[in-house]
Design a protein around this ligand. Sequence first.
Ligand code: KG4
Ligand code: ZN
Length: 346
Amino acid sequence: MRVLGIETSCDETGIAVYDTEQGLLSHALYSQVKLHADYGGVVPELASRDHVRKTLPLIERALREANTTPSDLHGVAYTAGPGLIGALLVGASIGRSLAFGWNIPAIGVHHMEGHLLAPMLEANKPEFPFIALLVSGGHTQLVQVNQVGDYVLLGESVDDAAGEAFDKTAKLLGLDYPGGPRLAALANSGHEGLYQFPRPMTDKPGLNFSFSGLKTAAANAIHGATEQSSNGLTEQNKADIARAFQDAVVDTLVIKCRRALKQTGIKRLVIAGGVSANTKLRAALAETLAALGGEVFYPRSEFCTDNGAMIAFAGAYRLAAGEQVVDSVKVRPRWPMTELKVPGAA
Ligand code: KG4
Ligand code: ZN
């Protein structure tokens, strides 16, 4: 089965062609980062308009690179939520219309299920069950994955998502949007332990997260360092604060993952979503799992952040099980992942 995947839930247009026999045949990505940079964050209306401009040309490119014509396709998968409503509607309308015109089935994919299954695009795939740490701009969740569609939410952020905390703290440090990767790069030249930030919610039992306090800790550190020096905040101060912030987030995520693995007795951990591109987080979790005699799985960096390949893959899985969207174009800006069902189950 060969499926076209369309991702337009936020600020990236991602298109891919996935074949259940031959694997990923092509993928194309257009990032809107430059478009939103002047505003310091994603402007939903601008995002929708840019998806309108980019989706069809990228589909043409992905099909060409996959040496695929519409008659070779067996289905179209598009992100149906969660995400920005206007942005979602662009991908859903185009995907549903193309499938209708080509007379093939279409399926609306859950964006986080896409992230969760992205490691399955790699040669070293995890077996079920596994624990997934989903860390993106909008979500921080620990999920027990028993099989595709059987998800038990173990914990989630009660306020900011990890990526959101990275982006907000980066903004406080004067870094351009999207700040997460920039803050991570700056942290590399920071000294360890010069600033001590809390590891929120690790002293009580449970698997929920809270990251908004770390942003406040960073704001206080910035304020303190600026007051102390006559030249204001130096580059080294910024790097030291970035380091303290990243160390606190990574430590907190590691503590909660270890707790989830212990609680469930599972020794396979998947990390997915934009923040899973963070090399310090990957290294720390690899070390943790090695010490536990387990293994950590993650997609290659370009499939950690939003992409069409994960949507084509998740869509192909559900289409192959006989699922499809028959009626109208529906999107769900909010859509709890626990509402998903095992494909093919009644
Ligand atoms: O999954 P994603 O591309 O989009 C959402 O669905 O939200 O995640 C984007 C988030 C942003 O907050 C971005 O700053 C963060 O992932 N991110 C990182 C890194 N790369 C991306 N955060 C920390 N370190 C990174 N290397
Ligand atoms: Zn995402």
